[in-house]
Design a binder for this molecule. Structure first.
Ligand code: FAD
Ligand code: NAD
Length: 391
């Protein structure tokens, strides 16, 4: 990451300090920002190297040092939301006095633009496949990875599984709602990197519990394409094997859900994955919310992800409705049919009150999402009312 010339004014550049007791070392970072939360702080301790990245809007403040002494692996992070003060508490391995924190490593104590350098694919191609195109990114610049252990894999449908990955003990990382991570593995000598959107373990999870700061598990729902570059190899991982997982990326902001009255989710296939945390967060935290509706496009009934859970949630939660639309139904299917279209969307995204505050989230194959965004524009929804999840 290179230092950029147009850094924000000096006074908003974070600074840090550290102090110690007999058994603890506390690193304090003064971000001078309001509304900081624990998701903005990513900490790793691997092989004696300590790395803390604080994401502040489009910037990243980095502490990167080879600690002068060994520490235990359980690191605690406290964020004072109002003052923006971040405290990272390290437990000393030996109760000795430290003369200095450590030797600075690359980019230590730097404040650089985040969005310009991170997550930018280095080698990208668009491959067209019949009726669609796919995004092939082989390397992604500026991302930091840590090795996570595969804890479990559970079938979701005939071709999709829910994988549970465990973060290493020295890592503090929470993936914000609507953000994705990159998984990296070496396949026949080449490093392959693909993005995936972490989900909850189930739709019945209590989000407040599952986002607990000490949460060590990341759930990822992945569809296996037998002829794919990445997924067949990922699926060969055995329980206990490791895969590299990056820092989170994404443009969705939780603040888009604040003050919302109606939320419409339009998903196709695994485009359902970002909707899972959004749905759960909205139903749990947004007090003014009157309605959440999901329109879920799939080829066949057997392709519908978490169908039972969605139907159970709709039975239990009066504000939630789900509608399945199949593009390749059998003759027994009595529900909606076809692909995304103006008549289907215009019926689905009707505001219940003329001036309702609404958000429409849309995610699926690239052409599906592009078409959906175009149709929603034709239906007079503003840019702020539509969030498309794109590459
Ligand atoms: P690919 O090699 O990309 O192939 C995919 C399919 O296209 C296969 O059927 C393959 O045979 C076909 N294909 C490839 N090249 C050609 C060609 N030249 N001609 C004809 N057919 C071709 N996926 C998930 O399952 N879960 C998620 O949570 C998720 N989140 C994502 C988040 C983001 C931000 C993005 C951009 C994508 C996400 N994806 C997700 C998709 C994921 O990143 C991969 O694209 C997907 O897993 C396929 O990877 P692959 O390398 O196995 O397959
Ligand atoms: P799929 O091929 O099983 O198709 C599911 C449905 O999508 C179809 O039934 C159809 O209704 C619709 N569809 C497919 N192609 C279409 C097209 N060309 N035009 C209009 N509608 C179309 O879907 P899948 O294999 O599960 O693929 C899901 C896609 O979602 C992948 O391309 C993946 O990269 C993408 N995705 C993106 C994100 C993100 O955040 N950007 C997250 C998850 C998944």
């Amino acid at each position: 990451k290179s230092q950029v010339p147009d850094l924000p004014a000096k006074e908003i550049s974070p600074s840090y300090d550290w102090f110690q007791t007999e058994s603890l070392v506390t690193i304090v970072i003064y971000t001078k920002q309001k509304d900081m939360d624990s998701e903005s702080v990513i900490v790793d301790y691997q092989d004696g190297c300590f790395r803390a990245e604080i994401v502040i809007k489009d910037y990243s403040y980095l502490l990167h040092t080879e600690l002068s002494h060994e520490i235990q692996e359980d690191i605690t992070v406290h964020v004072a939301e109002k003052t923006g003060k971040v405290e990272i508490v390290l437990k000393k391995k030996d109760n000795v006095s430290w003369k200095y924190l450590g030797h600075p490593l690359e980019n230590h104590n730097s404040f650089t633009t985040h969005r310009e350098t991170v997550g930018k694919p280095l080698k990208t191609t668009w491959t067209s496949i019949p009726g669609n195109y796919i995004y092939v990114s082989l390397e992604v610049e500026g991302l930091y990875y840590r090795k996570c252990q595969l804890i479990s894999k559970v079938d979701v449908t005939h071709d999709t599984k829910l994988y549970c990955l465990m973060l290493p003990p020295g890592t503090h990382l929470q993936v914000p709602i609507g953000h994705h991570v990159y998984l990296k593995q070496t396949v026949t000598g080449t490093e392959i990197v693909k993005p995936y959107t972490p989900v909850l373990e189930t739709l019945h999870s209590n989000l407040k519990e599952s986002l607990h700061p000490n949460n060590k598990y990341i759930y990822i729902m992945i569809k296996i394409y037998h002829t794919g570059l990445f997924t067949p190899y990922f699926n060969c991982l055995q329980i206990g094997d490791c895969v590299s997982l990056s820092n989170p990326e994404g443009t969705f902001k939780k603040s888009q859900l604040q003050e919302l009255e109606e939320l419409f989710l339009v998903a196709a296939g695994t485009g359902f994955t970002p909707m899972i945390k959004i749905l759960n967060y909205a139903l749990t935290n947004i007090t003014n919310l009157r309605k959440v509706k999901l329109m879920f496009f799939n080829k066949t009934e057997g392709d519908i992800l978490w169908r039972n859970q969605l139907e159970q949630l709709a039975d239990k939660e009066r504000r939630f409705e789900v509608e399945f639309v199949l593009s390749e139904p059998t003759c027994e299917w009595t529900g909606k049919q076809g692909r995304i279209s103006l008549p289907l969307l215009s019926e689905f995204v009707k505001r219940s009150l003329e001036d309702s505050r609404v958000l429409i989230c849309i995610c699926g194959p690239a052409l599906f999402t592009e078409q959906g965004i175009r149709l929603l524009k034709d239906l007079n929804f503003s840019q702020e009312e539509v969030h498309g999840f794109t590459a």
